[in-house]
Design a binder for this molecule. Sequence first.
Ligand SMILES: *Cc1c(COP(=O)(O)O)cnc(C)c1O
Length: 414
Amino acid sequence: MDYDKFFRSKLDQIRQEGRYRYFTDLKRDAGHFPQANRISDDARSSTVTVWCSNDYLGMGQHPDVIKAMHEVIDECGSGAGGTRNISGTNHYHVLLEEELADLHQQESALLFTSGYVSNWATLSTLAATLPGCVVLSDEGNHASMIEGIRQSNCEKIIFRHNDPHDLKNKISKIDPEKPKLIAFESVYSMEGDISPIKEICDVADEFNALTYLDEVHAVGMYGPRGGGISEREGLTHRISVIEGTLGKAFGVIGGYITGSANLIDYVRSFASGFIFTTALPPATAAASIASIRHLKNSRTERELQKVNVQKVRDALDERQIPHFATEGHIIPVMVCDAELCKKMSDELLDRFNIYIQPINYPTVPRGTERLRITPTPLHTDSTIKDLVHALDTLWQEYGLQRTDQFSNRIRLAI
Ligand SMILES: *Cc1c(COP(=O)(O)O)cnc(C)c1O
């Protein structure tokens, strides 16, 4: 086989479909987020405003977070030096797990190297080892959950997105003796819509199912202490596993699960993706502790962010630029064409120094390509004005559809 030819032809294919992934080469500028330096092909740099970061609250440059990371690098050095079992458990991991259990009002927590790994390792372990387990999975679930469930080889049933009635209908047909696990998210990352956690928990209770909730896009962001939607709605005690990331609103790196002491101990003892990998650097664990503690006590970032989200939504509405009107903090501006979506992103970057990565298939369904905008507390009124002006200009030049021409079509497409 001509391997290289094979790789090239597959790459050509995704290029033709307009979904080849080009990375934007940036240097984040601590102290000036959401500004960053963009390195272009000719190695020149320019300042851009980032509008698509998952560092939702700018905690990646928070003085407490940076200070903790510096101090613990000096104290403990760079890496953890081993897996958790073989010399790699650092005291900062232990403190961070206590902090996370407290954040979600659960008995225990367990750290992983990323949110992806935490979903993949936990779901694959639970679903593969609970005898005869059936997983009920929301159709909008993240790739990391889907991969974990797939890896387990268990029976999998997909229920309609955020639809407890469909879930109930499907779960009621499963043998009552079989273990069941319902996997879903609180804030879905591509639309920003929020799931009916209580109703899903009601179904889980009725049919004695475990509940697994991905709060990746909600931790640090919602609830009085940043404990996510489950905290905001007073439902933490009804969820078997709350999963989250330290890499998005907390601004660092790593993933975790929280739950009952026995469930967490079980995953700690049986999950390959936890056991056989080097622990996170102590300094990033310490930085995460600082970030979580700050957001437990300070609501300023969350409140300012909400204000900015509303300002962007209002300004888009004023210009009739189509976007999803969901409750959450994510604003998907709909282009609905892979090539045009990439083109809009290039034009924003090259002409307006605005960086918004295009989101194409397979991250979202074909025909629903979008620019996913994430306002932070650190975007100013003038950057909002620039953003909406740039979008309006491009919408005009390219004759893209405005809200009034659009809403029905997009509702059908999703
Ligand atoms: C980003 C994401 C993850 C993975 O978290 P990382 O810490 O980035 O690996 C998991 N679930 C959802 C819904 C995500 O969007």
